[in-house]
Design a protein around this ligand. Structure first.
Ligand SMILES: [Mg+2]
Length: 275
């Protein structure tokens, strides 16, 4: 038997780009959960934001934060955790990146050569204005542990040069829906593959991975998935997925598109009956 595991981006994918609502996708994720299909958030958001969102949506289980920088498991997880997973408070964590402090140290001298604004320069009020988040949400979003979001204010050529400079320190620059993110040598695809191996061990069956995302920072995850789904964005063109000409692009945007894709995959895989 093949088991399905869903990995999903949040902003602009499960959550509406403007309102951050996931409600239009509720029926689809509840159908997935009822069918025993894990639904794993794989996001640029922080741990504090994801924990709150999981609670609000009634979704539990492991999740991936800050563009693949770390994988988190609840303390009562049934999954067989590999030996390199650390205990962290009442959770377990697999680190795939460096701490944010190291990233800020590398960015410091680059400020004299390139024009950008980083999260560490922004007040909560500025972050609220740039993201449309409420104050409490913006505070959680600012609580980053493994990455630094940037607003790029320089040319595309300068951006390429800055990427090269960061690469010398083994750091990457990825483009999200609103910000560029400086992260360690990790990405959403590597983190997904790492977590899939844990599920593989737990299930012992063949696993079919589904990944849903809307932006460039989802491309690694989408490329590595068995069933990649590009969720249409109201804010930018769908990213190209190299070597995946069959990739499905949803007709609707955000959570409506998520619902459309997941509903049809659950039916196709025999997990739910056709309506
Ligand atoms: Mg997104």
């Amino acid at each position: 038997m093949t088991r399905l595991v869903i990995f999903t981006d949040l902003d602009g994918t499960l959550l509406d780009h403007y309102s951050y609502s996931a409600e239009p996708a509720r029926q689809a994720w509840e159908a997935a959960r009822a069918g025993g299909v894990p639904c794993i958030f794989n996001t640029s958001k922080t741990r504090a934001e994801v924990e709150q969102l999981q609670q609000k949506l009634g979704i539990d289980g492991p999740y991936i934060v800050e563009n693949g920088a770390s994988v988190w498991f609840p303390g009562d997880t049934d999954l067989p955790l590999p030996p390199d997973v650390q205990s962290a408070g009442d959770s377990y964590c697999k680190l795939l990146s460096v701490p944010r402090g190291e990233i800020l140290d590398v960015l410091k001298p680059l400020r004299h050569e390139f024009s950008f604004r980083s999260l560490s320069d922004m007040s909560v009020a500025e972050l609220m204005e740039r993201t449309g988040l409420e104050r409490q949400q913006a505070v959680l979003a600012a609580n980053r542990e493994f990455s630094e979001p940037l607003v790029w204010q320089d040319s595309e050529d300068a951006l390429k040069e800055c990427e090269k400079r960061l690469a010398r320190h083994n750091l990457h620059l990825v483009r999200g829906g609103r910000f560029h993110h400086v992260i360690g040598a990790c990405d959403k695809g590597q983190a997904m593959s790492w977590l899939l191996a844990v599920y593989q061990k737990a299930f012992g069956d063949a696993i079919t991975s589904v990944a849903l995302g809307d932006s460039d920072n989802d491309v690694d995850m989408l490329s590595a998935a068995d069933i990649p789904v590009v969720v249409r964005s109201p804010a930018h063109a769908p990213p190209a997925i190299p070597n995946r000409p069959e990739v499905c692009i949803t007709s609707s945007c955000g959570p409506e598109g998520w619902s459309e894709a997941v509903t049809s995959i659950l039916v196709r895989e025999g997990i739910t009956a056709p309506q």
